[in-house]
Design a protein around this ligand. Sequence first.
Ligand code: NAD
Length: 301
Amino acid sequence: MPAIILNGTEIRKEILAEIRQEVEAIKAAHGVVPGLVTILVGSNPASLSYVSLKVKTAHSLGFKEIQDNQPEDISEAALLGLLDQYRRDETIHGILVQLPLPPHIDEKLVLNAIDPDKDVDGFHPVNVGRLVIGGSEVKFPPCTPAGIQEMIRRSGVETRGAEVVVVGRSNIVGKPIANMLLQKGSGANATVTVVHTATRNLAAHCQRADILIVAAGVPGLVKPEWIKPGACVIDVGVNRVGETVSPTTGKTVAILRGDVDFEEASKIAGFITPVPGGVGPMTIAMLMRNTLNSLKFKLQI
Ligand code: NAD
């Protein structure tokens, strides 16, 4: 039987509808809405397009959204001052700094200056620590791993006691998703193995995975014969493998592939995410959810 496809675009729609409803209810009861600020330094076209998607999504949910565009030559001190201003702003619950920053600014210094209680990306060391401790300590799980966990949860695949293998140990995907799935609680409680470039016999590890999460950034790394029949395969990889002309717009667009051979793998797996249209669309939904949760923490509801 072919695998059930986990459609991230559809799941995102469901989650955004849930958030919209909650925003309306909180507004009616408390007279406040979630506030998100996105700081963009310079005018990198890719960054502009990411930021405008975040702004559009936040607006569509009834959030207060500020797109704060700053010139390319803003000083590091001025940027830090801006972060302090938003830390004190009661109407702002989430602060994002769009990366990359220009070379004269120390990226790490800036990211670490974001108020951890408004760090809706979840990358501040305080939030990484909270994630590792788990339970009620967790405030802002990073968005891509949170999207992966949500997809698994909504698929109905059992995580308790499941063998999970995560391919990749990055700070933005591999390490946090491994940490999240080994915690106690629903959508977790798994036995987790993390494999990486120094792992011997990658195939053998993957072959025993009930849930295989691949975030390596290597197209076609996971071979179909590495997949356990019936497994849930979450392909996080987004790899540009060429270009084509879109038949609808006539524009040149990238051809994207995941880290798993989707066609062949979907004949063996029980559940699988496509690329594009799998994990990718979930990230922004989780960002919106973290921002809503930030307001809820403040209101203690
Ligand atoms: P990264 O390069 O920081 O980390 C990749 C990890 O994979 C490393 O830990 C490395 O050890 C491991 N790896 C690489 N080649 C390997 C190999 N041959 N065998 C075993 N392990 C290997 O990448 P990242 O930031 O974690 O992203 C991974 C992929 O996920 C990329 O394709 C990226 O574009 C994609 N991604 C997608 C989203 C999204 O859809 N929202 C978000 C983040 C990342």
